[in-house]
Design a protein around this ligand. Structure first.
Ligand code: AMP
Length: 215
């Protein structure tokens, strides 16, 4: 399947993407994970992106577009992909449309995961992430803690709170989402690709996606 996952930070895009990869071998492409990997590795991309990310600002469109142009042409994308965190602005969506047309790739749909702001705030302040950039497994201190406190079940690395998940950065990320990313809902509605799912459980989101893909 070839999907765009839209939704505010904390809406569950990453969790849903990981679950969907189990269905048909489509790959999850998370621009946030790619950028955090680059920051930790100290690459030129990471150095450029780091300050934007810490503040909860978006990194410049050109940086992201360069990453995505290469990533979408890698062989593992042939089976399908789940775009998690991209596009995030109208210029990114315009550029993606041009890129996909050039690569002769047709999207199945753009899924807007719509979750109330209070649920998002609760989730983000209690979310913890594996610090190993090759893993980045997600936990929640309230609802899904790791078996051993502070240690990733999957790879044994420390589980940490992301630097952009302090209350101030979260609030800024949500404002950025509302001003820059929420307009994509209208964009994909016009493209006739949008479905909106109002569900706080990832299983319910997956069930709706499967149903719509089969229709
Ligand atoms: P995420 O893990 O998707 O919440 O992304 C973490 C941070 O990475 C965001 O707050 C941005 O600073 C940056 N980022 C991720 N994806 C994009 C994108 N498509 N465009 C611009 N910045 C991005």
């Amino acid at each position: 399947m070839k999907l765009i996952l839209l939704g505010a930070p904390g809406a569950g895009k990453g969790t849903v993407a990981k679950m969907l990869t189990q269905l048909d071998g489509s790959v999850q492409i998370s621009t946030g994970d790619i950028l955090r990997g680059a920051v930790q590795a100290g690459t030129p991309l990471g150095k450029e992106a780091e300050a934007f990310m810490k503040r909860g600002d978006l990194v410049p469109d050109q940086l992201i577009l360069g990453i995505m142009e290469n990533r979408l042409q890698e062989p593992d994308c042939k089976k399908g992909f789940l775009l998690d965190g991209f596009p995030r602005t109208i210029p990114q969506a315009d550029a993606l449309k041009v890129l996909l047309a050039r690569l002769n790739i047709k999207l199945d749909m753009a899924v807007n995961i719509d979750v109330p702001r209070q649920v998002i705030l609760d989730r983000l302040t209690t979310r913890r992430t594996c610090s190993n950039t090759k893993c980045q497994a997600i936990y929640n201190v309230k609802s899904m803690p790791p078996k051993k406190t502070g240690i990733c079940d999957k790879c044994g690395s420390p589980v940490v709170q992301r630097e952009d998940e302090t209350e101030a950065a979260i609030s800024h990320r949500l404002d950025t989402y509302n001003s820059k990313t929420a307009p994509l809902i209208g964009f994909y509605e016009k493209e006739d690709l949008l479905i909106t799912v109002n569900a706080t459980s990832s299983e319910a989101v997956i069930a709706t996606i499967k149903q719509r893909l089969a229709a």
